[in-house]
Ligand binder design. Structure first.
Ligand code: NAD
Length: 438
């Protein structure tokens, strides 16, 4: 395939070298003429393991060339990969000036081309940039229509500096955000042989995914370092702790706890986090990330409360009360916090939770609910039907299929349904559906 690559920094230079190595004819374009000169001489513009040898081989193969002429590159290729930098502006926003300038040049160049062309954006960019910013510029400048005269895609790059070539050859997955088939087919041809799943999604999802991945990596590093600082304060070996933590593939290094839903609560997480923060203070160790977790959790509870209050309904049916589905543990349940708030605002509240039977609640669990919702007995109903018929807004905090099946024939068209957990088959419920985060 004939490929043009715009921006020959860490991402672009490695892509150019690897694609040429794999037998494609690649044209590299950069505004930095020094980089073009280096590549022309078979030298690498970046310091990266394996790049010296690879660039030398690529030069010998004759499959890579460079130019600063955008039009020649677009006319001489079927597909363009855009890898220019997207640094931070002074206020933290993304500086898209290089992308925007290039989009104008690409559009103007496309005007002269009769065949269709594929633009694959690989620079990291805030969600919406491809569809709302760059595509309209290309359409305007080229006089062509997206999806006909040209196609766009966003393919996030997952390589890490220091191991770029190895990461290129073994990505975690290949994600292609596209609204038309042409770029997907082209990218499958280029990258379909690589290990890892090849996943097609929307452009915005792919753009957002790249940010989420990087933010998650930053979060993990910070978590490990904060844990290590606390370990040091306590005289515990942080390497052993983190090594053992990573060996739990069921709950720790796994999809567990990574599904959006409602706030955490229960008898362990809130109290153990509080104890950790207290312990850190005792050791004079600062843990800002751990310290922010409970505040963020509270924001999620407040978000749920706001969604219900916005409905304007005054008769609220709580479907679920315990801190998670399948338990009767009410201690520090965020659903209890929500219920307390509604009662405090003078709303009428009814509660259904198949696991919660007042007569069976014992010890700390019973004391907790009696302290927070003293007249819980008068709010609890054994039958879901009684809660549904006596309320105008339903707050769903149980995410099991059985509850949804029970709920389906009972819900009225005028019910507002505020789903905190992402119940299964939510589209089958009547009423006005309000998702907490979906
Ligand atoms: N570096 C990484 O490990 C990495 C990994 C994944 C994603 N990314 C993302 O990929 C993008 C590129 O990152 P990088 O580290 O390769 O950047 P870089 O700064 O090393 O290289 C960017 C290149 O783009 C060139 N450029 C600027 N304007 C241009 C134009 N109009 N036409 C042609 N070339 C132009 C610059 O001269 C430079 O050589 C960024 O959005 C980055 O966030 C980087």
């Amino acid at each position: 395939m004939n490929i043009s690559i715009f921006g020959l920094g860490y991402v672009g230079a490695v892509s150019l070298a690897c694609l040429a190595r794999d037998g494609h004819d690649v044209i590299g374009i950069d505004v930095d003429l020094a980089k073009l000169a280096l590549i022309r001489e078979g030298r690498t513009p970046i310091v990266e393991e394996g790049m010296v040898e690879l660039m030398r081989d690529v030069a010998v193969s004759g499959r890579a060339s460079v130019t600063d002429n955008v039009q020649a590159a677009v006319l001489g290729s079927e597909i363009s990969m855009i890898c220019v930098g997207t640094p931070s502006a002074a206020n933290g926003s993304q500086d898209q000036s290089a992308l925007v300038r290039l989009a104008h040049d690409l559009g103007r160049s496309l005007r002269e081309k009769s065949a269709s062309h594929v633009f694959v954006f690989r620079s990291t960019m805030v969600p919406g940039t491809v569809e709302d910013v760059l595509t309209p510029i290309i359409e305007r400048e080229s006089g062509k229509t997206n999806g006909v005269g040209f196609h766009v895609a966003f393919q996030p790059e997952f390589l890490r500096e220091g191991s770029s070539i190895r990461d290129y050859d073994k990505p975690p997955f290949t994600i292609v955000g596209a609204a038309t088939e042409a770029p997907v087919a082209a990218l499958r041809g280029l990258f379909g042989h690589l290990p890892g799943d090849f996943v097609q999604t929307s452009i915005r999802t792919a753009e957002m995914l790249k940010y989420s991945c990087n933010n998650f990596h930053a979060l993990k590093i910070t978590f490990a370092n904060e844990t290590a600082r606390l370990c040091q304060g306590l005289g515990v070996d942080p390497f052993e702790v983190m090594d053992l933590l990573s060996r739990d593939r069921q709950l720790n290094i796994s999809p567990a706890y990574l599904k959006p839903g409602f706030a955490y609560g229960g008898s362990c997480l809130p109290k153990d986090l509080r104890a950790t923060i207290h312990l850190a203070k005792m050791c004079d160790v600062d843990l800002p990330m751990h310290g922010a977790i409970a505040a963020s959790n509270r924001v999620h509870v407040d978000h749920a409360i706001a969604k219900v209050m916005e409905s304007g309904k005054r008769r609220i049916g709580m479907v679920g009360l315990s801190f998670k589905t399948g338990t009767d543990d009410l201690r520090e349940s965020p659903l209890v916090q929500v219920t307390e708030h509604f009662i405090g605002k003078g709303l009428d509240v009814l509660v259904y939770d198949p696991e919660v039977h007042l007569s069976k609640l014992l010890g700390a669990n019973r004391r907790f609910i009696e302290q927070h919702v003293p007249h819980i007995g008068s709010l609890l109903r054994q039958e879901l039907a009684d809660v549904v018929s006596g309320s105008d807004a339903l707050v769903l905090g149980l995410n099991d299929r059985m509850t949804v099946d029970l709920l389906r024939p009972l819900v009225r068209d005028d019910h507002v349904i505020v789903d905190l957990v992402g119940v299964p088959e939510r589209e089958s419920l009547r009423g006005r559906y309000v998702g907490l985060c979906w």
